[in-house]
Design a protein around this ligand. Structure first.
Ligand code: ACM
Ligand code: ZN
Length: 514
């Protein structure tokens, strides 16, 4: 801690006793989530009418970490000191959590000194809008909650086997064929085996067309930016592209498999992927990614890369020709080849690629960011692509291991009315997550942070989505903000129970805190 901050804490300690890294108190401990790094409560209250954030006076201090802030609430005024606008914004979010309504339009805030900054720069919330679509209003309400809990990356999964959600200029067929399913797995079928033979489990109900126009996307990007959230769009390639192939079957190795011109109707992984021997197919993806770079101003674009079967490539003359021409050895060389291609394509547009951990397999530039989801389970080549291994090799990594961060896994609640894909990720399990676990000391700087992932095969609507996301995202937000300094599950649970009441009062279908 620098000298300025030491003085700051010492001067206020006159009226309070420092109890732990995160909390100190003279009065009641405020119910903040995420907990601030340092908090000292004083005597008395600041009282005002109207919006308490209008009462804050701002100063800047270059010594404060990025996104960090100092917040002083005294009887005679509120002061915020930060280095950047994000820090100022988070100070006000903290202030909003501290404010208590009094009377008709009065507000009171306990006198307090807070010194706060994040452990990780990537604090993510992921949403799959391809299996099920939620729409702009739900996305905006998620962004509002992300801001409240100081989450700053909205990873938007917009293209998949089961749905394509982007109206890309010049490619009208994408939404005509890719954004509507003539049927989906029946609600309650458990779980789909992922094979086309599951047709008997289909509901026969048309789903869509559901998609976003360029104007919609720009509206969401702007809404997020106002909340210091970067939208990270995901364009899956070379696998999970079946909905795009329904629109343009000529970009598949076997166009005849796409004769029905419909997205994949059951869940699971599709074997028909992008034909990497077809220059036109690659040009199509380039045009999509180029447009995405223009619509989304952030510095990273997610290019998927997970779960790409290679069986079509093995038998495709065009793909075999590409392997020969590029000296790729065999079909295993194709995915690293296309990854290198898009890492460079993005770099030429001033962006970095991020992708699921499989895409780091092979000779991939170190500028490519990994998103680790499979942990250290065994499997061919897996040891090479675990998040820790990627960080050790020099890649930046976002940790989102499924056994801590997948919010479509069961949360272990008694009598839970909602359906999950399987697994078990309890609230306590989320809270116990350490993004740097198993990462060698000298590679820890490569761990950018973590993310909660909301896959939606078994999530049908916003109520279902909210139940699965909250309160588990509260736990993850504290992990991403405080890292090793988090105060402990028992402490968190008390604050989470209070915060759940706030969420429920504000119409969020938050699951119980258990
Ligand atoms: C994933 O869950 N397939 C990234
Ligand atoms: Zn092919």
């Amino acid at each position: 801690m620098n000298a300025t901050r030491n003085r700051f804490v010492r001067s206020f300690a006159a009226v309070a006793v420092v109890l732990s890294a995160a909390f100190a108190c003279a009065g009641e401990v405020p119910q903040l989530i995420p907990a601030p790094r340092k908090l000292v409560t004083g005597e008395g209250e600041f009282v005002c009418k109207g919006d308490v954030t209008d009462q804050a006076k701002f100063e800047s201090d270059a010594a404060i970490p990025k996104e960090g802030y100092r917040l002083s609430v005294a009887k005679d005024g509120i002061k915020v000191v930060s280095y950047d606008d994000a820090g100022r914004f988070y100070a006000l979010e903290t202030l909003k959590q501290l404010a208590v309504k009094e009377g008709k339009d009065g507000v009171k805030v306990q006198c307090i000194e807070i010194e706060d900054s994040p452990r990780y720069s990537w604090r993510g919330f992921h949403l799959d809008e391809c299996r099920h679509f939620f729409g702009k209003e739900t996305v905006k309400s998620i962004l509002d909650l992300m801001a409240r809990y100081k989450l700053n990356r909205f990873h938007w999964h917009l293209t998949e086997d089961q749905g394509w959600r982007l109206d890309v200029p010049g490619y009208p067929e994408l939404v005509k064929y890719g954004a509507v399913r003539p049927a989906s797995p029946r609600h309650g079928t458990w779980p789909s085996s992922g094979s086309k033979e599951d047709a008997g489990k289909l509901n026969g109900v048309k789903y869509g067309p559901y998609y976003y126009t360029e104007a919609d996307l720009k509206e969401i990007v702007a809404y997020a930016a106002e909340r210091h959230i970067q939208v990270v769009p995901e364009i899956e390639l070379p696998g999970h592209v079946y909905a795009a192939l329904a629109a343009y079957p000529q970009f598949a190795c076997r166009p005849e498999n796409l004769a029905a011109r419909e997205p994949r109707l059951v869940w699971g992984i599709e074997k028909d992927v992008l034909c990497l021997g077809n220059d036109e197919a690659i040009k199509f993806m380039e045009n999509v990614v180029d447009w995405v770079c223009k619509v989304f101003p952030g510095d990273v674009v997610h290019i998927g890369g997970d779960e790409c079967p290679q069986v079509r490539w093995q038998k495709c003359p065009k793909c075999q020709e590409r392997i020969k021409k590029e000296g790729l050895g065999d079909h295993h060389g194709l995915q690293p080849w296309i990854t290198r291609h898009f890492v460079k394509f993005l770099a030429d547009r001033g962006k970095r690629a991020i992708g699921w951990d499989e895409y780091l397999l092979g000779d991939i530039p170190k500028s490519a960011i990994g998103m680790s989801w499979r942990e250290s389970r065994s499997g061919a080549g897996h040891e090479l692509v675990s998040g820790a291994a990627a960080a050790t090799r020099g890649h930046d990594v976002v940790m989102t291991p499924c056994s801590y961060c997948y919010l479509d896994y069961g949360q272990g609640l008694g009598g839970d009315p909602f359906q999950y894909i399987g697994g078990r990720v309890t609230l306590e399990r989320c809270y116990s997550f350490d993004p740097c676990a198993g990462v060698p000391e000298d590679a820890k700087a490569h761990i950018l942070g973590g993310q909660g992932n909301n896959w939606t095969e078994y999530t049908w609507n916003e109520y279902d989505l909210a139940w699965k996301a909250w309160p588990r995202m509260l736990a993850l937000s504290e992990v991403f903000w405080l890292g090793e300094a988090k105060p402990g599950f028992a402490d968190f649970k008390k604050r989470a129970a209070a915060e759940r009441s706030w969420l429920v009062r504000h119409g969020v279908n938050c699951a119980p805190v258990e």
